[in-house]
Design a protein around this ligand. Structure first.
Ligand code: LLP
Length: 431
């Protein structure tokens, strides 16, 4: 995070708060969100579009990265809209006070009740497939529903197979070869469907600019096609996907460079095609929140396997950060109470779950550690809390937001009572 610094005690501070003190106050493990870093990323996207794009623009936060009231409220106050992918995310965004005109509902299998909630609240629905398109025609009894169409552009990018979404063999979106049929259908159902735009998303944690530039160019062609069907399609959403630096070798472009590259392609393509500039949208998740958050853990047992490795165990693991075990993701860590100590050890950071693969970091370079030290894993704002589980019945950690020396709880730590809240013991099993 931007505000990270080492204080006079050799301890790591974020947002003016000493992490070791935060752990004493709020417990361990603890997610710590730096408000300034999150706000700055919002501003970089928002202001980038204002600077490089002559048309209208709107940045949406892909809230699957971390959907909760406080983060929705922060991004909304920076003028961002939001991308939600379920009734639950939609409900959270609405409860946080997000303007429904800035809410876009995604998903490849939205339920009728999710669609109804979106329609009633006035959110835009990003239609994924024929089944949904036809369902919406049935649901539209109070005037046309504001929709966008999601297309699968067939663009390959270099990222983990599980998080690639733009190639043709994807469960998401319409096949561009069906565009003719889709536009015809939409133009025949204008009483039910108000198609305002087109959407595509090619994948996540992407370091090159070229795939998004290719995407933007293809999408402008689709816009041109829409005009032939008499559809007034004026919004273009190029999705999210900009990567972040988890470890030294990751080399993503900056937000500013990424935004500039996309704006230039869209403007050039529209000028060439003699099209008015569409309202340009994008929906980053990871690059908005990932670097704004760290997770603080307490170190416990240390196991030395002679001549092979040393396992340093922490009080969380795959339940609060499932990314290493799911995608072999890499992270960086420091010891918050020993920031000035030399990095003399190479260790494996293990979680506390009953699963040998529950390893957070292989080969972390740390100072000599002992039980009670506070290990801080960097860049945990995206797809950590939102993918967290209660595996082994661990409680989800608390989360605090820090700014100007103040720390405020925004997600409570789960208690044992919380863990059994949904349990019901059928009468005949009681003795
Ligand atoms: N828009 C759509 C339609 C998406 O499917 C996604 C991510 C985004 C935007 C935001 O992408 P971002 O800017 O965050 O890259 N759980 C995985 C990532 C899954 C991404 C799914 N879709 C991980 O932990 O790496």
């Amino acid at each position: 995070p931007l505000t990270a610094r080492v204080n006079s005690h050799g301890c790591l501070e974020i947002g003016g708060c000493d992490i070791t003190t935060l752990v004493q106050q709020f417990g361990s493990p603890l997610y710590i969100l730096d408000e300034e870093t999150l706000r700055l990323a919002c501003q970089q996207y928002r202001d980038g579009f204002k600077q490089y794009y002559q048309g209208e623009s709107q940045v949406l936060y892909a809230s699957k990265a971390w959907n909760c009231l406080a983060i929705c409220a922060i991004v909304a106050s920076e003028g961002l809209g939001i991308d939600v992918v379920s009734g639950g995310e939609l409900y959270t965004a609405l409860t946080a006070g997000m303007n429904p005109e800035k809410i876009y509902l995604h998903g490849n299998n939205k339920s009728r009740s999710e669609l109804t909630l979106a329609i009633e609240s006035g959110a835009t629905i990003v239609v994924d497939n024929w089944y949904e398109l036809k369902t919406l025609v049935e649901l539209a009894d109070s005037g046309p529903i504001r929709i966008m169409l999601r297309l699968t552009p067939g663009i390959e990018c270099h990222t983990h197979e599980y998080i690639r979404t733009g190639h043709l063999d994807s469960k998401f979106g319409f096949d561009p070869n069906d565009l003719d049929e889709v536009f015809t259908f939409v133009s025949q159902h204008t009483a039910a469907l108000n198609c305002v735009g087109l959407h595509a998303h090619i994948g996540s944690q992407i370091f090159e600019r070229q795939p998004h530039q290719d995407l933007a160019a293809v999408m402008v062609q689709w816009l041109q096609d829409a005009a032939k069907y008499g559809l007034n399609v004026t919004e273009l959403n190029v999705g999210g996907g900009l990567g972040i630096r988890y470890v030294e070798s990751d080399d993503p472009p900056s937000i500013d460079e990424w935004v500039k590259a996309i704006c230039e392609v869209v403007q050039t393509a529209c000028t060439q095609a003699n099209l008015p500039l569409p309202k340009l949208l994008c929906e980053p998740g990871r690059s908005l929140v990932a670097t704004a958050c760290v997770t603080a853990y307490t170190i416990g047992s240390v196991k030395v396997v002679p001549e092979i490795r040393t396992y340093v165990a922490v009080d969380g693991g795959m339940s609060d950060n499932p990314r290493p075990i799911t995608y072999q993701s890499q992270y960086r860590a420091v010891v918050a109470n020993k920031m000035s100590a030399p990095l003399t050890e190479t260790v494996t950071i293990a979680g506390k779950h009953c699963e040998s693969g529950d390893i957070l970091i292989k080969n972390a370079q740390l100072p000599k550690t002992e039980p009670g030290d506070i290990l801080v894993v960097m860049g945990t704002g995206a797809y950590n809390y939102s993918m967290a589980s209660n595996y082994n019945r661990l409680s989800r950690p608390a989360a605090v937001v820090v700014a100007n020396g103040e720390a405020n709880l925004f997600l409570q730590r789960e208690t044992y009572q919380d863990l059994i809240r949904q349990d019901c013991l059928p009468e005949r099993l009681k003795k």
